[in-house]
Write a protein that binds this ligand. Structure first.
Ligand code: SAM
Ligand code: CA
Length: 231
């Protein structure tokens, strides 16, 4: 959910960031996947390229090798993760919509990174639960990216805090929800944004009070909260 202006609400400035710092460094397969998604009726769901660039940097900074992604859609964030991991890296990528994943799959294959991906077609919560029940998975993941149903973000957080190691990173997308989190008068917010606006406000408060993570709330893309697990 990030419009043409990004969260900056300033077309020129957002365009400047994308054209100066993001697009010139965007890997060719990622650009292709973004273009292949452009005509999709839900193309606005694609991770914003500036948010993606930040995520790729985080993955490299922590030398991530094992990651979880919740919310794949056509695979922009998945492909950028796969491109950022070493050759023996592994991503558990969860989404109920295999059809959307298959739109980006040719670009993932062309980039030679499909072997790093285990796509799980399922709602995410039971998959996380199953991972936790299997021996050896606790504290085994370096990184997680959450970009799916906002109503479950707090539940995802609880499971991910067990799966991601201390020193690992969890990134949550759309935490500013088009800027609506800061609008006091709900009647000014489009009706179909209202429920997620409230869920996002609740999640942001919850995370701000969670001593198990150190956080940064960054106004890239549609807003991202970066959590470093410290306990
Ligand atoms: N990260 C993706 C990208 O870069 O293109 C965008 C993800 S899109 C915003 C959200 C995705 O979450 C959709 O593909 C949807 O099918 C998936 N989703 C929604 N609820 C889910 C759930 N409970 N479990 C797993 N996936 C879910
Ligand atoms: Ca998103």
């Amino acid at each position: 959910m990030s419009g043409i202006n990004g969260i900056l609400m300033n077309t020129e400035l957002y365009k400047y960031i994308l054209e100066t710092s993001v697009f010139p460094r965007e890997a060719e397969p990622l650009r292709e996947l973004r273009n292949a998604t452009a005509d999709h009726p839900r193309s606005a769901m694609t991770t914003a390229p500036d948010g993606g660039q930040l995520m790729a940097l985080l993955l490299k900074l922590i030398n991530a090798k094992r990651t979880i992604e919740i919310g794949v859609f056509t695979g922009y964030s998945l492909l950028l993760t796969a491109l950022s991991l070493p050759d023996d890296g592994k991503i558990t990528a969860i989404d109920m919509d295999r059809q959307a994943y298959e739109i980006g799959l040719p670009m993932i294959r062309k980039a030679g990174v499909e072997h790093k991906i285990e796509f799980v077609e399922s709602p995410a919560l039971p998959v996380l639960q199953k991972l936790l029940e299997e021996p050896g998975n606790e504290g085994c993941f370096d990184f997680a990216y959450v970009d799916a149903d906002k109503v479950n973000y707090i539940s995802y957080h609880e499971s991910l805090l067990k799966l991601v190691r201390v020193g690992g990173v969890i990134v949550y997308d759309n935490t500013l929800w088009g800027g609506t989190v800061a609008v006091d008068d709900e009647s000014l917010v489009a009706e179909d944004f209202r429920a997620i606006r409230l869920q996002t406000i609740e999640f942001n408060k919850f995370i701000a009070a969670d001593a198990r993570v150190q956080i940064a709330h960054v106004s890239a893309g549609d807003g991202v909260i970066i959590c470093l697990r410290i306990a």
